[in-house]
Write a protein that binds this ligand. Structure first.
Ligand SMILES: C[S@@+](CC[C@H](N)C(=O)[O-])C[C@H]1O[C@@H](n2cnc3c(N)ncnc32)[C@H](O)[C@@H]1O
Length: 271
């Protein structure tokens, strides 16, 4: 396992994923009944953008750095959530934790031994959060459905460094739909080689989702070689999410585009 999210925290892909995540959480908190979130690839929860790792790549400057400076009103809630934990920068666990009520639960999985340990220490004091130093795909079968909670969300955010990552995602999705069919799914993917996104969309349909919503943001032209952007595919998406999220996506595109990128929300059809 070579991937460490500390080098990439706050980049354009994080911004898209986290803005989508926050909007999904806002919908979940609109009802009083409890919800659970499983974050299968959690990272360390919070990042220091001034630290050596983030400084070496500087990716955050063209991501959250630009957004905080431009401060578009369409992203006010997301940027408030980011500012809420300053001087740290929040990863998906911290953004989610900030939205939990007493009745809600957050299940976090992180396989990297050091990062898993950091995460465990960070949330040891919060009884609503359970940290598992284990494989996130296996956890889908082992931890779901959550006890006594009917609603929720599964965020799958792999590093895609393994050659067989898409196969692992495909198996994870099959298990997820079998065990917790009504849960919302948010699956992140890089946009580089389109074969990967097509394969993942196909895997989600094969798992049994009737409808899928793909939200994509590229910040440079797609050349098949470099990561031009990323996408999040949603299963069991909230009602009219594509409409309510459109202004935020437009703002992400307006601020983060380096020329030649695009923003897209699309209902996917089975091939
Ligand atoms: C893209 S990062 C996660 C970022 C995090 N979701 C966020 O938005 O802040 C992917 C993480 O998955 C971890 N990881 C890789 N393979 C895993 C697996 N099979 N199960 C659980 N974690 C894994 C990596 O160590 C890395 O920390």
């Amino acid at each position: 396992m070579n991937y460490r999210h500390a080098y990439h925290a706050g980049n354009h892909a994080d911004a898209l994923k986290h803005a989508v995540l926050l909007a999904l959480l806002q919908r979940l908190t609109a009802k009083p009944s409890p919800f659970a979130v499983l974050d299968t690839h959690a990272g360390i929860g919070c990042y220091d953008l001034g630290a050596d790792e983030a400084s070496r790549t500087g990716e955050w400057r063209d991501g959250i750095g630009r957004l905080l400076e431009a401060d578009p009103p369409e992203l006010a809630d997301y940027l408030a959530a980011v500012r809420g934990v300053a001087p740290s920068y929040p990863g998906s666990p911290e953004l989610t934790r900030a939205m939990l009520r007493d009745q809600d639960r957050l299940l976090l999985c992180e396989l990297h031994p050091d990062d898993g340990e950091t995460l465990k220490r960070r949330y040891a004091h919060d009884p609503r959060v359970a940290v598992h130093r284990r494989d996130g795909y296996e956890a889908i079968g082992a931890l779901l459905p959550p006890k006594a909670i009917g609603r929720g969300l599964v965020l799958i955010d792999p590093p895609y460094e393994r050659g067989d990552e898409a196969d692992a995602v495909a198996r994870g999705l099959q298990t997820l739909v079998a065990r917790w069919p009504h849960a919302q799914l948010a699956l992140w993917y890089p946009i580089k080689d389109r074969a990967l996104s097509w394969r993942l969309h196909e895997a989600a349909f094969a798992a049994g989702y009737e409808k899928l919503l793909a939200i994509e943001l590229t910040v440079s032209p797609e050349d098949g070689l470099h990561m031009a952007g990323s996408g999040v595919v949603l299963g069991n998406a909230p009602y009219e999410f594509e409409k309510t999220f459109a202004p935020a996506l437009g703002a992400l595109h307006a601020v983060l585009d380096r020329g030649g990128g695009h923003a897209r929300v699309a209902h996917l059809a089975r091939a």
